[in-house]
Design a protein around this ligand. Structure first.
Ligand code: ZN
Length: 288
């Protein structure tokens, strides 16, 4: 699998001279499977650049996304995870087929939430039905693996504010990527279900919004510190952890320190685990 980061920021886009190296767009990650299928993890503002890249790819050959099919997995529907959706250009191309998976009590409720941000008071296109592509919407049942474009996907709910956030594990051809953004664990860390989801992941993309000090300052936001991210990766015996979803107020220099702190945390744990600690950055591609 090829994993590319298009937006690595939490809460609100943070463009400007202080964030050029890691990027200011909000959460969006793409996975290209070995079979060429496309899975998009969250649709923050980074999805706009992903859409433009996909259109450019298809410019000479008619536009195709993995033979016209792609899936979008939404961890939850806070703004920083759906705001790029109306600006994701492939959704406007007739003939494309997108299946969207996300958290809600029913598929109709999830569709209603996504339609909400398309209301004329917020956005001129007005409805998903005007976008051009065929869009299917499906609420996810946690703990029950399901097939997405030939991949096995499993979801577990992590605590995050009142609504929670889904963590996804994508298994394809013997390799695994886990996406666990917005994880506001209690004092005991991740649940046993979450640790099982992270278990042996080749790549664990994990919420690392805060330093431990800022985490303690904003407990009600339900987001993880870099220490919790590394600890979760060690508990899950992951092979590589990508620190992700940085606080909007952190500059590039702050994030350099955050990543260094994550690596020190790992050394201090003497886990004996061979774990790479990587900082997510816009444009970074990792092969899994
Ligand atoms: Zn959130």
């Amino acid at each position: 699998m090829e994993v590319t980061f298009w937006g690595v920021r939490g809460s609100i886009p943070a463009p400007g001279p202080g964030t050029v190296r890691y990027g200011g767009n909000t959460s969006c990650v793409s996975i290209r499977t070995g079979g060429g299928k496309l899975l998009v993890l969250d649709c923050g503002t980074g999805a706009r650049n992903l859409g433009l890249a996909l259109l450019a790819e298809g410019a000479t050959d008619g536009f195709r996304v993995g033979n016209g099919e792609a899936a979008i997995l939404l961890s939850h529907t806070h703004w920083d995870h759906i705001q790029g959706f109306p600006f994701f250009s492939p959704l406007y191309v007739a003939g494309n087929v997108f299946q969207i998976y996300g958290p809600a009590e029913s598929s109709a409720l999830l569709e209603g939430i996504l339609e909400g941000q398309m209301a004329p008071q917020y956005f001129p296109v007005q409805t998903l039905k005007n976008m051009g592509a065929h869009i299917g919407i499906q609420a996810v049942t946690t703990g029950v693996p399901f097939d997405v474009l030939g991949c096995k996907v499993t979801a577990v709910a992590n605590p995050h504010g009142r609504a929670g956030a889904l963590a996804f594990r994508v298994d394809d051809a013997g390799r695994s990527v886990v996406y666990a953004s917005d994880a506001g664990y209690g004092p005991g860390g991740p649940s046993s279900e979450a640790v099982a989801l992270y278990q042996g992941a080749d790549l664990l993309i994990h919420d690392s919004t805060y330093t431990p000090e800022d985490r303690a300052r904003y407990p009600q936001r339900g987001l993880a510190s870099v220490v919790e991210a590394v600890t979760a990766a060690v508990r899950g015996r992951a092979r590589r952890v990508v620190l992700f979803h940085y606080d909007q107020d952190y500059t590039d220099a702050d994030i350099d320190l955050l990543i260094a702190r994550g690596r020190r945390q790992l050394e201090g744990m003497s886990s004996g685990l061979k774990l790479d600690v990587v900082g997510a950055a816009e444009g970074l591609t990792l092969l899994v």
